[in-house]
Design a protein around this ligand. Structure first.
Ligand code: 0RA
Length: 646
């Protein structure tokens, strides 16, 4: 048989597999969510999840992820290695089945405890299908095996390439540029945040993240090693590092309830925000679900019982509610569920009924013990709850005011809002503009058919430091609620935002391109993050990018958004040029503002997405909290919204 014929014959065996793989390439979003930045990073998580599975089964304790010089990714683990023996049904090596068959999932042994798996749990074959090239190297039972693939098709049968005393799997892949057309560039920040998170969620596993595209001051590749001895307890300390702890210790538990592994850690701090983060099989469940409601139920009932018995609530004139127990609470709940049912808009809400009771019981036991053993802290917690209840009482009134104003449609709109004429929210945009004067320019420059302007006066309230009722009493914030037309859920357990009446599908924050402007931008983002997170998650929040310079020569004019661009334009104009630096939006006239920043044909809007809820939480608490030194250090080192992936 000729080489060609052999190849054809070989691939004929795997026609079935290729069909599945072709489908992944045809409809990648069905498998990895999207083909943008998120989907690109998802490829890495998908491979690493398999390594984490090995670790959870006790077969692996070391994982590394490397961004190579050429932009490809290499993951390595010291697990059992993907099996390479003949897969009887398929008639090819098990390695090839794992790499080229969709839905093979990977594990054939029934008793293997597979609960990890990415958002979609699609397996490494998906990564292979979406890579222009992939190489899998397996170290197993004394031998080294290898196979390479192009766009999911194997280039040759699995071959033995040597001997070894090691164990594990190494995968190197190049994301396919014809699939990931937007970008194939990996963010070290994004990947390392996820690796850190995974190390907290899987204590005892060493995860090394390296970026060979960058070197540090010492001339070494940028690299971090993540290892957590105590898991969630340390995760809480990391998250709350910028907040002042109210009780001595992080309260934590780990165990199994009704055969469901449950881990919980929590602490109270002096802030007024509630920070609950929940995970199922290492996936952040943004929309919560049964594990979160189980946590809430367990927390409320246990604390309420304790508070009632303590007599401290006797003087209170109204009932304490669920919310009151969670003010200033930071908690992480992590459960492992064999067959998770994910629901909700982004499929990040756990639906399994049985999990609720398991978590609720676990939390009750943990808290009951803690309160008994730490009466001083118990008292501090109850006092905090009472204060929260009193503040909520005041806040309810303020919130109802916001609510009432929002519900009134015509005439209820803020006086400062210059609305657009189109009534269809899908077409409409609202610009939140810093200051009345820039607001005036924007009002002149806009296309009034679909663009509305809401000027905000100076610095808006720092919601990170304010109690809830102060937030709802604030004029600028009330204006934002009424202008956007969103209302706040009234049921006790959720302050969920109602977006049904959202009046604009694009909400654009437009601030000066200077330090003050970026501070205001951060304040507004903090507000959206803490009070209207659903708007960010639904992709409605954007940042406008006004230019920094106008380069002029005679009648030739061009705008520049960076120093580099300014110099390039100046060079291209050759000869002496005039350069105008825009310090603020106010320095542009209406036409310039339209041309550069508001006209949909030419502007660049940066959409705000939440890359990692826990990391955003940490950064906002740092940027906006009381602890000034870390904030300064952070702002000096990074862009203000470094972790909000825009
Ligand atoms: C299939 C079966 C087994 C392990 C794996 C796949 C596996 C996949 C990956 C991907 C990256 N690292 C991995 N490590 C293991 C079970 C192996 C056995 O039963 O010996």
């Amino acid at each position: 048989m000729s080489e060609e014929a052999k190849k054809d014959n070989y691939s004929a065996d795997s026609i079935q597999a290729l069909e599945g793989m072709e489908h992944v390439r045809m409809r990648p979003s069905m498998y990895i969510g999207d083909v943008g930045v998120r989907g690109l990073h998802h490829l890495v998580y998908e491979v690493v999840d398999n390594s984490i599975d090995e670790a959870m089964g006790g077969h692996c304790d070391t994982i590394s992820v490397t961004i190579n010089e050429d932009g490809s990714i290499t993951t390595k683990d010291n697990g059992r290695g993907i099996p390479v023996d003949l897969h009887k049904k398929e008639g090819i090596s098990a390695l090839e089945v794992v790499m080229t068959k969709i839905g093979a999932g990977g594990k054939f042994d029934k008793d293997s405890y597979k609960v990890s798996g990415g958002l979609h749990g699609v397996g490494v074959s998906c990564v292979n299908a979406l890579s222009s090239h992939l190489r899998a190297t397996v170290y197993r039972e004394g031998k080294v095996w290898e196979q390479e693939y192009e766009r999911g098709k194997s280039l040759y049968p699995v071959k033995n390439i040597g001997e070894t005393t090691e164990r594990g799997t190494v995968v190197t892949f190049y994301p396919d540029q014809t699939i990931f057309t937007q970008t194939v560039e990996y963010s070290y920040e994004t990947l390392s945040n996820r690796m850190r998170e995974l190390s907290f969620l899987n204590k005892g596993v060493t995860i090394t993240m390296t970026d060979k595209r960058q070197k540090d001051e010492k001339g070494e590749f940028v690299s971090e090693v993540f290892y957590s001895e105590e898991g969630l307890k340390e995760f809480i300390k990391f998250l709350d590092g910028n907040r002042e702890q109210l009780i001595r210790e992080v309260i934590s538990m780990e165990g199994e309830k009704n055969e469901i592994p449950v881990e919980v850690a929590m602490v109270y701090n002096t802030s007024y925000t509630e920070n609950l983060h929940s995970y199922v099989n290492n996936i952040n469940t943004h929309e919560g679900g049964t594990h979160l409601s189980g946590f809430r139920r367990g927390l409320t009932s246990t604390l309420k019982k304790y508070a009632d018995a303590s007599g401290m609530l006797d003087k209170l004139k109204f009932e304490v509610q669920g919310d009151d127990f969670r003010e200033g609470l930071t908690a992480i709940i992590s459960v492992k569920v064999a067959e998770p049912q994910f629901e909700g808009q982004t499929k990040t809400k756990l639906g399994n009924r049985e999990v609720s009771a398991a978590v609720s019981q676990a939390v009750s036991e943990m808290l009951t013990n803690y309160l008994e053993e730490n009466p001083d802290d118990a008292k501090i917690i109850v006092q905090k709850v009472i204060l929260a209840a009193q503040a909520r009482h005041a806040a309810t009134k303020a919130r109802e005011m916001v609510q009432r104003k929002t519900v009134m449609s015509i005439g209820g709109l803020p006086g400062k809002l210059s609305d657009c004429s189109d009534q269809d929210p899908v077409n409409c945009e609202v610009f939140l503009v810093e200051g009345d004067s820039a607001g005036g320019t924007a009002k002149q420059g806009r296309d009034r058919a679909f663009q509305a302007i809401l000027p905000l006066r100076g610095k808006i309230l720092n919601v990170e430091k304010a109690m809830q009722h102060k937030v709802f009493e604030n004029e600028e914030i009330k204006n934002i609620y009424t202008a956007l037309g969103v209302t706040i859920g009234t049921d006790d357990d959720s302050k969920a935002l109602n977006l049904d009446k959202l009046r604009y599908h694009k909400v654009v924050i437009m601030c000066d391109a200077d330090v003050d402007g970026s501070h205001i931008e951060t304040l507004i983002l903090t507000f959206f993050f803490r009070y209207m997170r659903e708007l960010i998650e639904a992709g409605h929040i954007y940042i406008a990018t006004p230019p920094l310079y106008l380069v002029k020569k005679g009648t030739k004019k061009r705008y520049a958004w960076s120093d580099k661009e300014r110099d390039e334009i100046a060079d291209s104009f050759n000869g002496s040029v005039g350069i105008q630096r825009y310090k603020g939006l106010g320095e542009m006239n209406a036409e310039q503002l339209w041309d550069t920043t508001m006209n949909p044909d030419f502007r660049t809007l940066r959409q705000i997405t939440i890359d990692s809820a826990t990391e955003s939480d940490r950064v906002f608490s740092m940027l906006m909290g009381d602890e000034v030194p870390p904030r300064r250090e952070f702002i000096e080192k990074n862009a203000v919204y470094a972790n909000i992936d825009v």
